[in-house]
Design a protein around this ligand. Structure first.
Ligand SMILES: C[S@@+](CC[C@H](N)C(=O)[O-])C[C@H]1O[C@@H](n2cnc3c(N)ncnc32)[C@H](O)[C@@H]1O
Length: 330
């Protein structure tokens, strides 16, 4: 389900942007990768392909993003690679803004209308201070972020599909995350941190119908959209406008705390606070304990969690997802 569907020229334009993104991932990235391997080989250090084959010491490869970055930035394919990476995002947001912004008043009113007898709930906090790192950064270069107007939530909803290169139109990623990466047991209360417009939260309500499912986010427009869509789809979810680093929930009140596509947006000190907060609100035995942490490669195109512990070998660029799973010591 999607609230605003691009039609006509908007649809054609966005499909063109999607095509450019696929060209970036499927054609330009492999070329860059080959050039990187060749450059590293020329300089006498083993190529990544050698290292993956186990024949050479991995330690001799650049291990720091900065030293690998210095090599990458000097490669002939890099200017096109980085131009496409940035400008396809800009093209996408600009078009979505132009398509959705004129409908802002109508969409705003739409978000204000709630069902008379909702299954779940929505608790907004207009006084919640937005942290600087959040309010002053346009994540994914989305103009105005995802929080400053109702239109932002709708722009983000359509944009998220293009960013996932048309491979998550049915939210398969999020269903597989719940099916394959989450231990299946009896949960009483589940919390989704940074739930956005609820695409990451809804599969928990489906998979664990006995549990109380809660989503929190800083963005009021996202939460309104999340609530509306959950109600429309008959999912019982409670949404709150709260920060992941200070949720305000009592100690030991959840037995599963989860987050998808959130922590990459956080500065490290904030991430530490979020993990500490998750630990506080988890019940003993619930999910989080750093000494028992597992890091699981995840690839939605090949079944979700990768049983062999590796990402698939592939030429094209793709998000290198990792699932971090941990248990709070009982
Ligand atoms: C990329 S979206 C991911 C949304 C959702 N989890 C999903 O997978 O579709 C990140 C979300 O996290 C929210 N967010 C960012 N920092 C947050 C924080 N400190 N506390 C709560 N929500 C936060 C943003 O408003 C945004 O809705």
């Amino acid at each position: 389900m999607q609230s605003v569907a691009p039609v006509g020229e908007d649809r054609a334009y966005l499909e063109f942007v999607l095509g450019l993104k696929q060209y970036f991932a499927g054609e330009v990235y492999p070329r860059l990768r080959q050039q990187y391997d060749a450059r590293v080989a020329e300089s006498g250090t083993p190529t990544p392909a050698d290292a993956r084959a186990g024949g050479t010491e991995v330690g001799e490869l650049p291990t720091e993003p900065r030293s690998a970055g210095a090599i990458v930035e000097d490669l002939p394919a890099y200017p096109l690679f980085q131009w496409l990476e940035r400008n396809t995002q800009k093209m996408m947001w600009r078009r979505l803004e132009a398509m959705i912004r004129p409908r802002a008043a109508e969409l705003d009113a739409q978000l204000e209308s709630t069902p008379a007898e909702p299954l779940g709930s929505l608790m907004l906090d207009p006084n919640l201070p937005l942290p600087d790192y959040y309010a002053q950064t346009e994540f994914h270069i989305q103009p105005g972020g995802v929080w400053s107007s109702a239109a932002n939530a709708f722009v983000y909803e359509v944009g998220a599909k293009v960013v996932m290169m048309g491979q998550n139109d049915d939210y398969r990623f999020h269903r597989l995350f719940v099916e394959k990466a989450i231990p299946h047991q009896d949960y009483r209360a589940i919390l989704d941190l940074g739930c956005g417009f609820g695409k990451s939260t809804r599969p928990f309500a489906d998979a664990f119908p006995e549990a109380s499912v809660v989503g929190i986010d800083l963005s009021a427009p996202n939460l309104k959209l999340a609530h509306q869509q959950a109600e429309r789809l008959g999912k019982r979810i409670s949404f709150y406008q709260r920060a992941a680093e200070a949720t305000g929930f009592p100690d030991a009140s959840f037995d599963l705390v989860t987050a998808t596509m959130l922590i990459h947006e956080m500065p490290m000190p904030v991430l530490r606070r979020v993990l500490g907060e998750a630990l506080r609100i988890l019940r003993p035995g619930g999910v989080l304990a750093v000494e028992q942490a597992e890091m699981l490669p995840f690839d939605e195109r090949s079944g979700g969690v990768r049983a062999d512990g590796t990402w698939p070998e592939r030429a094209e660029w793709h998000f290198p997802w990792v699932v971090i799973r941990a248990w709070k010591v009982a």
